[in-house]
Design a protein. Structure first.
Length: 355
């Protein structure tokens, strides 16, 4: 494909990026961030790997980004996401890679959050010609599919006017993500598996309106569980693609698919999912752990600095050791390292389309 300017991608550039991932058979990690430490670490990691990347915020992550003490949580959820988007827009190009900006699960109770974000993007389009986010997700997967899709159609109709894409969810991702999701963790639960006929219904309803992607459930679960507790069935993705392809005589893999709950997944399952049209794999649990592990190791190495401003055994100041830049940096380094593995697993390392 033709190269794109480094920085955040929207509209046609975003669609080209997705199409390139699918035709070249690799995927991009979508990493949840909660503040500038995690966000900068994702940019650094992507620049280091020369991979493009998807940065996303959950409702809780967005609220946290605005400050956990922000007076009004509803406002914080919107402004925190806007703050993260503007921070990324300012810095991303300097890391020499392309970045997709996205928000994670929003169920019906969180539609007000998405409404607020779309309104912010509409104002930004009017002022600067571009939205703030490349795409948003609606997760109405616990509702009847007709109701889910009708709401998705209304949102995509509005968002397409600002050249934004919509990620929808069909079938329930197991586990829970920031208060959205289910407790269906039993691998035999049929709700954990998307029905290809539902995916076809989504294609029928949405493909004429604008760009959309589908988080299809094939046994994937948020979080990391003991081996054996998760049974992935990537053939569900293949069957969904095949049904749309034959019904509408499209090219291979017409759907842009998203893999939720990517933390802790086997390499073979990831490769198979990519073969069936997955271009985005969410990763949160593993990068959270990587950040905590980095900080934890530092605290263990320098316990005195977290207890006293003068080392009792030497009398020397511990200031350099408790400076937040010292120990937060260890968390960032943990994320940067863990993401190198993600870029390798997904095949995106060295394949940035940034000019
Ligand atoms: Zn998810």
């Amino acid at each position: 494909m033709t190269k794109l300017p480094a920085g955040v991608v929207f509209g046609a550039a975003y669609r080209d990026l997705v199409a390139n991932c699918k035709s070249e058979k690799f995927a991009l990690p979508a990493v949840n961030v909660v503040g500038t430490n995690s966000l900068n670490a994702v940019l650094e990691a992507a620049g280091k790997a020369q991979s493009d990347v998807i940065i996303q915020l959950s409702n809780g992550g967005a609220r946290y980004f605005a400050g956990n003490g922000f007076p009004n949580p509803e406002t914080a959820m919107v402004l925190g996401a806007v703050s993260a988007a503007k921070h990324t827009a300012l810095l991303a190009e300097h890391y020499g890679i392309c970045v997709v900006l996205h928000t994670d699960h929003a169920n019906r109770k969180l539609l007000g959050w998405v409404d607020g974000l779309i309104a912010q993007s509409e104002a930004h389009v009017a002022a600067c010609g571009q939205p703030l986010f490349s795409s948003h997700m609606l997760d109405l997967s616990e509702e009847p599919v007709g109701q889910n899709l009708a709401t998705c159609r209304d949102y995509l109709t509005r968002m397409a006017k600002s050249d934004m894409s919509l990620e929808i969810e069909l079938g329930v991702t197991g586990g829970e993500e920031d208060g959205v999701g289910s407790e269906h963790d039993d691998p035999d639960n049929p709700h954990l598996y998307t029905q290809p006929t539902d995916v076809l219904a989504a294609y029928d309803m949405l493909s004429g309106i604008g760009h959309f992607s589908v988080a299809a459930s094939f046994g994937n679960v948020h979080g990391v569980y003991k081996p054996g507790n998760v049974r992935l069935r990537p053939e569900i993705l293949q069957n969904s693609q095949a049904l749309v392809q034959t019904t509408h005589s499209t090219a291979e893999n017409p759907l842009d698919l998203v893999f939720h709950g990517g933390s802790g997944s086997d390499h073979a399952d990831i490769e198979e999912a990519i073969r069936y049209g997955v271009f985005k794999m969410n990763i949160d649990t593993d990068t959270q752990f990587a950040f905590a592990h980095g900080v934890g190791a530092y605290v263990e190495k320098h316990p005195v600095a977290f207890q006293a401003q003068l080392d009792p055994s030497t009398g020397k100041p511990t200031k350099k050791l408790y400076d937040p830049r010292a120990w937060l940096r260890e968390g960032e380094k943990g994320v940067v390292d863990r993401l190198q593995q993600a870029f390798e697993d997904l095949g995106s390392a060295g394949r940035s389309v940034a000019a």
